[in-house]
Write a protein that binds this ligand. Sequence first.
Ligand code: NAD
Length: 340
Amino acid sequence: MSDLIPVTLIPGDGIGPEIIASTLEILETIKAPFQWDKQLAGMAAVDASGDPLPQETIDSIHKTGLALKGPLTTPVGKGFRSINVTLRKEFGLYANVRPTRTLIPGGRFENVDIVLVRENLEGFYAAMEHYIPVGDDPKAIATCAGYTSRTECRRIVKYAFDYAVKNNRKKVTLVHKANILKELCGLFLEEGRKVAKEYEGKIACEERIVDACAMELVLKPETYDVIVTTNLFGDILSDLTSGLIGGLGMPPGANIGEKAAMFEAVHGSAPDIAGKNMANPLAVLRASAMMLEYVNRVDLAKRIESAIEKVVVHDKVRTKDLGGNASTSDMTAALKQAIA
Ligand code: NAD
């Protein structure tokens, strides 16, 4: 019987296939124990079958419980629901985990090391939106009803505290807007405080209103450790934390559920640089390192992180977004050499 772990592999759209190919070369070099089941989603799937999320892809993830995914293009406009949101719902991927750490010295901030845990299923992303016509204007008023549940609030905050314990973190900050959204965010804060009590003496807990948090993140980001927040605030703040370390090319993301987990880059399909051998492959490579940790191969995850540090910090092999002129293939070759 094979010891390989089956994983659904979705190359994705735009720069997706290039950065996934780069990651696969590096995983092969370290003999990562994965067996890939390649499937389509996004515009690649629309082109092949007319369906942005084919049943075969869903069936594969149900079978493997693990996916490594390139970014997917979501066409703007009517008729297309975000495939990412659909995947999170289908597999109950309730926790979105995005670590952001300063790697290259000399940037705006030296000591950023923040893990943002975002609730992935509720809030305004599960919203019921509609228009109310007034007179002859069918779109005179737009409404949106989001929701949060006690169970999900508790589960996401507990995930953040457990993550903090497991990863030797010191503090969790509950980020909310309960001063205005007294029930929607109030419930999150109420449950968050209860969970925090269970970890008293082990992990410190702070609370921040989201607007104050945004300001502090750009003034003194080094004071933040683990942040846990609701869906929309998490979406916005995780791009902000990516910006603190110089952009979207680096941070990975994990979507964790009870029965499945999906790993991806935080960034999108970058159509402006697709097919030009310019994309930075590090975010999706780091996502694969998170997947290695998830399957208890911390040893291999650490090898990837050390190789990235050697190539990017010491040897200064950097793609354009990091201020260098290396191509995707230059960086892949350098990483393979560093990790072999
Ligand atoms: P984007 O993240 O694709 O690009 C924003 C900017 O960052 C662009 O200038 C791009 O060139 C640059 N960039 C992103 N990743 C890079 C990388 N690895 N190396 C170098 N530069 C990089 O965001 P966007 O342009 O707003 O979105 C494009 C598409 O991606 C949209 O259809 C959007 O819906 C989708 N998207 C998908 C995901 C996902 O699948 N998880 C996430 C975000 C956006």
